[in-house]
Design a protein around this ligand. Structure first.
Ligand code: ZN
Length: 108
């Protein structure tokens, strides 16, 4: 597993509007929960095939976050939706979205 695809710290306090992940290469990403919900990668949200698209309108209260093996996180939302398995590689790729605040090591 590459350092940039290995979270060293995940911060998702209850009631917060963002989830913060620090990666093995020192980059810290702050993801709005609305973005994570909209980009839920499950087949129910995204349909089958095609590219991942933002799906608006889902409940974006993050209720729980569970590790899946050593490669992904399962996000459980306030409406009980929990079929989204977010691989670390996928989460890191979402850092390219303009809504995600990314802090690189050494940046002031
Ligand atoms: Zn979904």
């Amino acid at each position: 597993m590459k350092p940039e695809h290995t979270p060293t710290h995940v911060k998702a306090p209850h009631g917060a509007k963002d989830t913060e992940i620090t990666w093995g290469d020192g980059v810290r990403c702050v993801y709005p929960n609305t973005l994570l919900r909209g980009y839920c990668p499950c087949a129910h949200c995204q349909g089958h095939g095609g590219t991942i698209a933002f799906v608006p309108g889902g409940n974006s209260e993050l209720r729980d976050l569970e590790p899946v093996g050593h490669y992904a996180l399962k996000l459980v939302w306030g409406d009980g939706h929990e079929t989204g398995i977010y691989t670390f590689e996928y989460l890191r790729s979402l850092a390219d979205k303009p809504e995600v605040r990314t802090v690189r090591p050494g940046a002031t």
